[in-house]
Design a protein around this ligand. Structure first.
Ligand SMILES: Nc1ncnc2c1ncn2[C@@H]1O[C@H](COP(=O)(O)OP(=O)(O)O)[C@@H](O)[C@H]1O
Ligand SMILES: [Mg+2]
Length: 234
């Protein structure tokens, strides 16, 4: 996009999250979003999608968790309306059905990601990679990330979401060392409430001084609501 030539980051559309990331998702970077089920990975990636679309970027969103219809509906319930972007072709959604026995899911996915880049997509989301790697040897998973990283060095921005249980500690260390940013999500109990915490475990170029955790709740009809630190600490 013309207006984006001078930008170096992609805003997530959420000021607090942008701040923790040194302005947003670095252009041409690879980001890993990791957390347990219900920790807010999808909501966060949907929020980031919205920020990127409004920043004028072209997106391709691969999902193993939704159909086009259910994703549009899910995002609407967070007051995110992607229909115009879909109709304009600025957002392309790819629901993936992963058959257990399918042999080379990762290389098929990689080809699809490459093809989207060639079609002019600036940014790729994969939510979630988990079903694609359940039976994959660690080396092959790592190779996938290496190849994504190569696409990033050619200018693409890639965000991969993965469930914490899908990668063991050793593999996680190796993946995150390849990534430019690593966002770790968890659910925390604060008094009676369950809140989400997003930790910026790693990000290229951001200052660590301000603290690197953002707490939030997911409010129906509103979306991510940031909880001030004093309240999050109970
Ligand atoms: N539209 C919504 N309205 C209210 N709560 C929601 C909505 N979407 C997601 N949530 C809640 O937000 C939390 C995080 O969901 P999600 O981002 O889908 O988790 P993950 O992708 O990490 O499994 C869950 O507790 C879920 O119930
Ligand atoms: Mg999810």
């Amino acid at each position: 996009m013309e207006g984006n030539k001078t930008k170096t980051v992609i805003s997530t559309g959420n000021r607090e999250i942008d701040e923790k990331m040194g302005g947003g998702v670095p252009l041409g970077s690879m980001t890993l979003i990791e957390g347990d089920s219900h920790s807010g990975k999808s909501v966060l990636s949907q929020q980031m999608t919205w920020g990127s679309l409004n920043g004028g970027f072209r997106l391709s969103f691969f999902t193993t968790e939704n159909t086009v219809k259910s994703l549009v509906k899910q995002m609407q319930s967070l007051s995110i309306d992607i229909l115009d972007f879909l109709l304009l072709g600025r957002l392309r959604l790819f629901p993936m059905e992963i058959a257990q026995s399918k042999e080379d899911v990762l290389s098929i996915l990689l080809q699809a990601v490459k093809a989207e880049g060639q079609r002019g997509s600036d940014m790729i989301f994969i939510d979630a990679l988990t079903p694609c790697i359940t039976t994959t040897p660690p080396e092959a998973v790592l190779r996938f990330f290496e190849q994504c990283k190569r696409l990033c060095s050619e200018g693409m921005t890639v965000v991969v979401i993965v469930h914490s249980h899908a990668v063991d500690r050793d593999l996680l260390v190796r993946i995150t060392s390849l990534c430019d940013a690593h966002l770790r999500l968890r659910t925390e109990e604060v008094g009676e409430r369950l809140i989400k915490a997003m930790e910026v475990a790693k990000v290229r170029g951001a200052s660590k001084r301000t603290g690197n955790i953002v707490s939030f709740e997911v409010e129906p009809g509103f979306g991510m609501r940031i909880i001030p630190i004093s309240k999050a600490q109970g």
